[in-house]
Design a protein around this ligand. Structure first.
Ligand code: SF4
Length: 337
C-alpha cells in the first residue's frame, strides 16, 4: 500500500516511437514516477480501433514500445508497466460501462468526428471506434486512478469518463470508482522535419529506432526559413523549423548566438543544422545507449511487461468485482460459481 496518488496512462502500439512521442509523453511519464504511483500500459486494444485490418506488426511494435519505455527511463521498480490485452478485466468493465453510456455522449466527442473526416484510407465507421472512449474510461477507472496526464485535445475524453463514473454511481447507488482529474503539463512542442505536426502518417518523424546515419540525414533535411534562399540572405529563426528543434535541444547561450548569426547572415543553414545534430545526439546519447542494451534482451523486456500485467490484473480484478457487486451482477457467480 502507498499513500501516493495514482496516475494512469497508455500508449498505442501503432508503430515506432518518434522524438515527438518522447518529448510529448514519455519524458512526462518518467518525471511522474517518484511523486505518483504510476500505471502505464501498452494500449493494444485501442490500436485495433483504428488498425483492425492491419495486425501484422503488433508483436514488433509492442517489443519496440517496451524497449523505448525502459530506455527513456521508465522503471519497473517504480511504475507498473503492463499490456492492456493481458488484463481482460478492462474489456469486461468496458462492456458493463457501455450499457449505461448514451450513444449521443460518444458521438459528440470532438476527436471522433474529426478522425472520421480526416482518415480517408480506412473505414472507421465501426462500433469499436465509436466506443473506444468507453474502453478508455474502463482503462482509467479500473485502477481508481486519481490523475491522467492529458493534453487539451484529450480533455473531452476525460470529461466523458467522469460523466460515466457519475452515471454509474447514480444508477447503482454505490461509489466504486474515482472521478479522475486531468494532469496538464508543459511539454515542449516539437514539429516534424517539414514543420507539420510530427507524425508517422506524414512521413516527417525522427524515430528513436533510426540509425545515426538516418537521423543525421533527417536533421540535415529539416526545413529552414523559406525566405533565406542564399547564404548571404539574412534569416529569421522564428520562421525556421530547424530553430524550433534548437529551442528544444540546444542550450540558451548557443541559441542566442544562432539568432544573431542567422539574422546577420553570418552562418549557413547547413552548419546550423550540423550544430543542431550534435546537440540532438548529445541529448539522445544515454537513451540510445540504453536502447542498444534492451534491444539485445527482448526476453527481459517481455518479462517486465508480463510481471507488470500480473500486478495490474490483481488491482483490476478487485475493482471489477466491486463494480459487478454494485450492479448486482455477481449473482451468477454466487449462484453457480
Ligand atoms: S541559420 Fe539556422 S536558424 Fe537561420 S534559417 Fe538557417 S537553419 Fe534556420
Amino acid at each position: 500500500m502507498t499513500d501516493k496518488k495514482r496516475v494512469l496512462s497508455g500508449m498505442q502500439t501503432t508503430g515506432k516511437l518518434h522524438l515527438g512521442n518522447l518529448l510529448g509523453a514519455l519524458n512526462n511519464w518518467v518525471s511522474m514516477q517518484d511523486e505518483f504511483e504510476c500505471y502505464y500500459f501498452a494500449a493494444d486494444w485501442h490500436t485495433l480501433a483504428t488498425s483492425y485490418e492491419d495486425t501484422n506488426d503488433l508483436a514488433d511494435n509492442l517489443a519496440d514500445l517496451g524497449v523505448n519505455w525502459l530506455s527513456a527511463g521508465l522503471d519497473p521498480g517504480k511504475s507498473v508497466l503492463f499490456v492492456q490485452s493481458l488484463v481482460p478485466e478492462h474489456a469486461v468493465l468496458h462492456l458493463l460501462l457501455s450499457m449505461l453510456t448514451p450513444i449521443s455522449w460518444l458521438e459528440r466527442v470532438p476527436s471522433y468526428k474529426e478522425k472520421l473526416q480526416q482518415v480517408v484510407n480506412k473505414d472507421l465507421s465501426m462500433y469499436g471506434f465509436l466506443g473506444y472512449p468507453v474502453l478508455q474510461a474502463a482503462d482509467i477507472v479500473i485502477y481508481k486512478a486519481h490523475f491522467v496526464p492529458v493534453g487539451i485535445d484529450q480533455l473531452p475524453h476525460l470529461e466523458l469518463t467522469r460523466e460515466i463514473v457519475r452515471r454509474f454511481h447514480d444508477t447503482y447507488k454505490r461509489k466504486v470508482f474515482i472521478e479522475p482529474e486531468g494532469k496538464m503539463s508543459e511539454v515542449p512542442k516539437l514539429p516534424g522535419v517539414d514543420g507539420r505536426k510530427m507524425s508517422k502518417s506524414y512521413g516527417n518523424a525522427i524515430y528513436l529506432s533510426d540509425s545515426s546515419k538516418e537521423m543525421k540525414t533527417k536533421i540535415l533535411n529539416i526545413v529552414t526559413d523559406p525566405a533565406r534562399v542564399r547564404k548571404t540572405d539574412p534569416g529569421d529563426p522564428e520562421k525556421c523549423v530547424a530553430y524550433s528543434f534548437h529551442k528544444v535541444f540546444s542550450p540558451d547561450d548557443e541559441n542566442e548566438l544562432t539568432i544573431k548569426e542567422c539574422k546577420s547572415a553570418g552562418r549557413g543553414c547547413v552548419d546550423c543544422k550540423k550544430f543542431l545534430s550534435v546537440n540532438i545526439f548529445k541529448y539522445l546519447e544515454p537513451i540510445l545507449e540504453k536502447r542498444a542494451y534492451w534491444e539485445q534482451r527482448p526476453k527481459e523486456v517481455y518479462d517486465i511487461l508480463k510481471a507488470g500485467s500480473e500486478k495490474a490484473r490483481k488491482v483490476a480484478k478487485q475493482t471489477l468485482a466491486e463494480a459487478e457487486d454494485a450492479i448486482g451482477f455477481s449473482y451468477s457467480k454466487k449462484l453457480l460459481g
